[in-house]
Every structure is written in structure tokens, then in C-alpha cells.
Design a protein around this ligand. Structure first.
Ligand SMILES: C[S@@+](CC[C@H](N)C(=O)[O-])C[C@H]1O[C@@H](n2cnc3c(N)ncnc32)[C@H](O)[C@@H]1O
Length: 287
């Protein structure tokens, strides 16, 4: 992608962002993670890192004032934008009509909490590209990967610490329940760091880009819910051995030890050393 590719979409400048927010009477709230990108270079970079193709149908969670939406529209078939704040959702089509009239027909706005949606209108999304509200970033990604089997790939901007957690491998310091759960759905890699000054208002954390590529769930007879229950139990007490951490899950420490041994996992090991396929095997041996 070159800068001229987006020439017919006029990206939002810092002045545009402040003017639009003032017109709508928006005073950004922390509760909704409302930090808007004011730097056109950053949204271009996100679109480039997302490796979207003209056939992609994108779901964007939290379009806000439209900074990223405007950068995406020239490069994809369609964008379904899910925004919880009705003032922002209502204003977005007008912003796109002003700034990217040639692409306005590619946008559909859904006013909803992304954590509560149970379906999206057609066309079904093939890619998730979003600057996510930071307090719900992990549950939103997990919910959408679970809800939308058509989602093949994604690029999300999240708090730097969350980016590290999502992309962590077993044994890494940041490895935890989110890392294990996302591996059920996708291969994950970090795709860059973003400083805090590209936002208005400026947040008190740095950000990171995370790229996702769907992969098949590990082959297992256990359900996703049962596997995730083992992950939650293992990381609820991450300093404990699995024998101790899984004792209420199994009914007793002895039952946990028996399940772990049947699954071929050392009962003295800790959850932070196991991959999602190991958790799936343990789930299959629940007493
Ligand atoms: C970090 S801002 C990103 C805004 C815009 N994409 C940008 O880059 O400037 C997060 C956006 O998500 C919205 N939001 C917060 N919680 C949400 C939820 N549960 N579902 C959908 N949108 C949400 C906020 O209102 C806000 O517009």
C-alpha cells in the first residue's frame, strides 16, 4: 500500500478528531477505552500490517470517530463497524460520506456491545481489524473468534502488556490464560509497537499490534468450554503445581493427580509450561 492508495479517503488529522468530538459533544471516557488515533501514519501502518486484500470483509470493533475505518475502506470489500457508543455509531456514516465518499457504500455500522453480539449482518467477516477498547480487548477477540467461523485473520491494536500476553508461548514470563485460550483459535504474533502520543487523549500505557491467523483447534474429544475450564483453574493459582491448582476442578488433589498422569502431564508441573493441546488432553481425563 502506498500513501496515494488512500488519496480518495481523507484521513483524520488531529484537528479533525477534536472538531468531530466537539461537534458530537464527546468527552472521551476511560470506561469505554475512548482513545482516538489522531495520526494518519498510524492507521496506514495498521492497515498495512493487517495484510488485507480487496476481497476481505472486515469487522472493526470500536470505530470511534472513524480514524481507522477511513484508512481501511479503500482496501477491502466491506467494513462492518461495531460501536457501543450510539453517538459515535450514528455519526460515522456522515464522516465517511465527507471523507471517503467513493467508499461509503462499503460501510455498515452496528450499534452494539461487541461482547454481546450473537450474529453480524452479511457479508460475514473474514478479518478483524481494530484498535480495541483496552479494558475488554481479550474477551472481545475470544468472543469474535468463537462466534464468527468465517474470520480467517486479524490485526488488533491493544495495550502493550496485553500484546505480550496474547503472543506469549508456554514458558514465557507473560504466558497465561489469554495466551493459552487464543491458541485454541489462532496463531498469534506481535506485529509492532505504537507509542502513546498517536492518541487523543494520550493514554498512560503504550500499545502493541498483534496479528492473528486462524488455525484448526487441537484435535480433542473435550469441548472448548471444558478445555477452557482447565486453563482457568490452572492459571487461577499459577504458582501452585497442577496437582494442587486442579484439585477443585477434579474433586480432590488425588483425582487431579490421576487425571494429569492419564493425560501424560507431570502433576508437579505448572500451567505456565503447558500448551493448549496439553490442556485439551487433561480435559479429556476429567474424573
Ligand atoms: C481505543 S478507541 C478506538 C477508536 C478508533 N478505532 C480509533 O482508532 O481512533 C475504542 C472504541 O471502542 C468503543 N467501544 C468500547 N467498548 C466497546 C464494546 N464493548 N463494543 C463495541 N465498541 C466499544 C469506544 O466507544 C471507542 O470508540
Amino acid at each position: 500500500m502506498t500513501e496515494s492508495d488512500s488519496a480518495d479517503a481523507r484521513l483524520l488529522t488531529p484537528a479533525d478528531v477534536r472538531r468531530l468530538a466537539a461537534q458530537l459533544g464527546i468527552r472521551p471516557t476511560k470506561t469505554l477505552g475512548q482513545n482516538f488515533v489522531i495520526d494518519p501514519g498510524t492507521v496506514r501502518r495498521i492497515v498495512r500490517a493487517a495484510q488485507v486484500s480487496p476481497d476481505d470483509v472486515v469487522v472493526e470493533v470500536g470505530p470511534g470517530l472513524g480514524s481507522l475505518t477511513l484508512a481501511l475502506l479503500p482496501h477491502v470489500r466491506h467494513v462492518t463497524a461495531v460501536e457501543i457508543d450510539p453517538r459515535l455509531a450514528e455519526a460515522l456514516p456522515g464522516t465517511v460520506a465527507d471523507h471517503a465518499p467513493a467508499y461509503a457504500h462499503r460501510l455498515r455500522v452496528v450499534t452494539a456491545d461487541a461482547l454481546r453480539i450473537t450474529e453480524l449482518p452479511d457479508p460475514q467477516p473474514t478479518a478483524l481489524v481494530a484498535n480495541l477498547p483496552y479494558n475488554v480487548a481479550v474477551p472481545v477477540v475470544l468472543h469474535l473468534l468463537n462466534l464468527l467461523p468465517s474470520l480467517e485473520h486479524g490485526l488488533v491494536m491493544v495495550q502493550a502488556e496485553v500484546a505480550e500476553r496474547l503472543a506469549a508461548r508456554p514458558g514465557d514470563r507473560a504466558y497465561g490464560a489469554p495466551s493459552a485460550k487464543i491458541a485454541w483459535y489462532a496463531d498469534v504474533r506481535r506485529a509492532g509497537a505504537i507509542g502513546r502520543t498517536v492518541f487523543w487523549p494520550v493514554p498512560n500505557v503504550d500499545s502493541g499490534l498483534v496479528a492473528l491467523r486462524r488455525r484448526p483447534a487441537p484435535p480433542t474429544k473435550a469441548s472448548r468450554e471444558d478445555v477452557f475450564a482447565v486453563v482457568d483453574a490452572a492459571f487461577a493459582q499459577r504458582r501452585k503445581t497442577l496437582r494442587a491448582a486442579l484439585s477443585s476442578w477434579a474433586g480432590s488433589a488425588a483425582a487431579a493427580e490421576a487425571a494429569l498422569r492419564s493425560a501424560g502431564v507431570d502433576p508437579r508441573s505448572r500451567g505456565e509450561t503447558l500448551g493448549i493441546a496439553d490442556f485439551a488432553r487433561i480435559a479429556e481425563h476429567r474424573p
